[in-house]
Design a protein around this ligand. Sequence first.
Ligand code: ADP
Length: 428
Amino acid sequence: MLWLRSIVFYLSVTLIALFIGGIAGREWGLTFALVVVSLTCLFHIFNLHRLYHWLQNPQVDNVPSSFLLWQEVFDQFYTEVRKQKKAKERLANTLDRFLSAAEALPDGVVILDEYDRIEWCNPASCDHLALNRKTDTGQPITHLLRHPSLREYLKQEDFSHPIVIRTTRPTEQTLSAQMVPFDSTRKLLLSRDITQLERVQTVHRDFVANVSHELRTPLTVVGGFIETMIDMPASDAQTRDTHLQLMYEQTQRMQRLVDDLLTLSKLESGAQVREEEVDIPQLMQLLRTEGMGLSQGRHTVEIGKLERARLIGNNDELHSALGNLVSNAIRYTPAGGKITIGWERRDDMLCFTCRDTGIGIAPEHIPRLTERFYRVDRGRSRNTGGTGLGLAIVKHILHRHQAQLCITSEPGKGSEFAVKFPATRIIE
Ligand code: ADP
């Protein structure tokens, strides 16, 4: 303890002074005490002065050093300042990490003060709300927002629900924005890009509408026939047979649609399939035979180039995808046309090709052909037994094989569907 040691020191000085006074006379004792006390005062004044100077700029690496009790005082300062420096560094690190995380957030975050002025905002919020971090910080947000409904939302008091806004600047997107009050006066304005989510919801809604529509037509036809047959005299067997035949065709149509839907849903579930070496020559022969069966002698179906390279993939899936292309070629080629399939090398890649001399496709339709239920000519697709899902299934299967579908076509002349497989799937 510092004070105890000081008392002991001064008591010792007194005792020594008394001792000297007793031996050498009072003056010498007093002189000794005076000299020691003066030196001690000088020592304290000198160290106080150093402490004062150091306190003006207290750095851990320039804490003064001394001896005796002042060394202990300085050591204590050193420990404290070091502790504070470490705590400060830790706090700065935490703040840095927090800021980097907030900057990297895909959602927009704007911190507003009690007068709705921007205190801080992250890059995502600048993208969403067209803010500029340099010039807009400190500005009232209501002056900067372009969207009227968002400005209205900020003025009201109820922030329990987010609002959805559609922006065109800086980019076309749909945003969900919500104000979250925190501490007593400040607020957070959060924004999230829900463009993709909205698109998925629209695709889903359209899909359900399309399926319902596709099923309703054959169901109405079947229902109509049944109704007619109920009132039909039993003797009219010929009409009954015709109706039964037509009803059978409609149920077949529904069956095909449900089968394709199930195939799509299985593919979309992403379940892994066995990968094996696909026997290309055998598969090509099979596709040709199936094509000829479907054509029933109305077309010529030929195998063109047949490279030796082999392919790694799932036999059944590839059979279904490539078979779909051949079946389309036959269905969209008038009688007398020619379908040529091939396994050929193009730009250092191996591809399956299916060429036809059919009706062709206008360029504006080509990018949309693999969408579910997209058809160029609805009537023709239906009449030839199409469900509108064939190329969507092809797209999924090819995606699972990292393959690419390239369509080139000329209306009235014919089309070519080429499937390019990546080098990693080829065995030379
Ligand atoms: P669909 O069951 O209607 O044939 P697909 O998904 O297989 O459905 O094909 C989508 C659309 O692409 C078809 O409706 C048709 O308009 C067009 N199409 C596909 N293949 C060909 C082709 N070889 N020639 C011309 N048009 C084609």
